[in-house]
Design a protein around this ligand. Structure first.
Ligand code: PEP
Ligand code: MN
Length: 295
C-alpha cells in the first residue's frame, strides 16, 4: 500500500493499487492507514489487540537488592515488564540523576532473576547507541516527546518504544511524535498517557483518561496509562488504574518501591509491593470484564 503524500497520484494510474487520503497530519499512526490494533510483543508478553500489559517497578534503579526484590514481587503479582530508570530526567540538576550504565547492569540482574523484560528511559541518541542491546523496550520520557532527533533515532532501531505524552502536548502532537518513529520504519510503538499540566494543584498532573477513547478512535497503536506520574500520590494510583482499565487502556505503568519513604525519586507516588498486589487483584477482574487477557 502506498502512502499517497503526493497529490499528483491518481487512482486511474494503473501501477497504483490503492490510494487512501488521510486528512489528519499523522498518517502511518492513523487507524485509517491500518485498521487492526497494533500489538507489541517481547518474549511472549504482549500489549495491545486484546492483551493487557502491566509495566511496574521503581522510578529509579537504586541498588541490586532494591531492583531484584521489587522485580520478584511484581512478577509474583502478575506484572509483565519491569521498569526502572537508569538515566533520570530530573527537574533539578542537584537531584539524583540515576546510576546510568550501572543501573542497566542491575536491571539485567533483575531480568535474569525473574525473566521480566526491561523498560527503561533513554534521554540521548548517544546513550541509545551505547546501550541498545541491554534494553527490551525503549522509554521516551514526557520531557523528550518532541526531541525529534531522538524520535528518529529510536525509529531506526528494531526495539519497541514506549512513548510518553509530553506534559503540555495535545493528542495530535502526541500522535505526531509517534509518527516520527513510525516514519523511520519502527511501528512497534506503545503510547503512554501520564497526565498533563493544568491549573490543578492537589494532584501532580491531571490524568487525561479521555485520551484513551480518542486515541483508540484515531490510531491503531496501543495506549497505556501511568497513574503514578499522573497523580503524584500513591493514595490515588489504584483508583486511576482501575478507571483506566475500564476506559479501554491496553496496559498500565505503575511505580513500585520496596521502601517508598526512602526512595531516591518519586517515593510519594510509589506503591509498596503489597499495595501493588492488592491493586492487581482488582485490575485482573476488570481486564477480564473488558474481554482482554493479562500479558
Ligand atoms: C518516569 O517514567 O520515570 C518518568 C520520568 O516519567 P515522565 O517522563 O512521564 O515524567
Ligand atoms: Mn518517576
Amino acid at each position: 500500500m502506498a502512502l499517497a503524500m503526493n497529490m499528483n497520484w491518481r487512482e486511474d494510474q494503473e501501477v497504483i493499487e490503492l490510494i487512501k487520503r488521510i486528512k489528519e497530519p499523522f498518517k502511518m499512526t492513523n487507524r485509517a492507514f491500518k485498521a487492526e490494533d497494533t500489538m507489541v510483543t517481547v518474549d511472549g508478553r504482549s500489549i495491545g489487540n486484546g492483551h493487557f500489559g502491566v509495566i511496574a517497578g521503581p522510578c529509579s534503579v537504586e541498588s541490586r537488592s532494591q531492583i531484584v526484590e521489587v522485580a520478584k514481587a511484581i512478577d509474583g503479582f502478575g506484572a509483565s515488564f519491569l521498569r526502572g530508570g537508569a538515566f533520570k530526567p530530573r527537574t533539578s540538576p542537584y537531584d539524583f540523576q540515576g546510576l546510568k550504565g550501572e543501573g542497566l547492569t542491575l536491571l539485567k540482574a533483575a531480568k535474569k532473576a525473574t525473566g521480566l523484560p526491561i523498560v527503561t528511559e533513554v534521554m540521548a541518541v548517544q546513550t541509545l547507541k551505547d546501550h541498545l542491546d541491554e534494553i527490551d523496550i525503549i522509554q521516551i520520557g514526557a520531557r523528550n516527546m518532541q526531541n525529534y532527533d531522538l524520535l528518529k533515532a529510536v525509529g531506526r532501531t528494531n526495539k519497541p518504544v514506549l512513548l510518553k505524552r509530553g506534559m503540555s502536548a495535545t493528542i495530535e502532537e502526541f500522535l505526531m511524535a509517534a509518527e516520527y518513529i513510525l516514519s523511520e520504519g519502527n511501528d512497534q510503538v506503545i503510547l503512554c498517557e501520564r497526565g498533563i499540566r493544568t491549573f490543578e494543584k492537589y494532584t501532580r498532573n491531571t490524568l487525561d483518561l479521555s485520551a484513551i477513547p480518542v486515541i483508540k478512535r484515531y490510531s491503531h497503536l496501543p495506549i497505556i496509562i501511568d497513574p503514578s506520574h499522573a497523580t503524584g500520590d500513591a493514595k490515588y494510583v489504584e483508583s486511576m488504574a482501575l478507571a483506566a482499565v475500564a476506559a479501554g487502556a491496553d496496559g498500565l505503568m505503575i511505580e513500585v518501591h520496596n521502601n517508598p519513604e526512602h526512595a531516591l525519586s518519586d517515593g510519594k507516588q510509589s506503591l509498596t509491593p503489597k499495595a501493588f498486589g492488592e491493586m492487581m487483584v482488582k485490575v485482573e477482574q476488570i481486564v477480564k470484564l473488558m474481554g482482554k487477557q493479562l500479558g
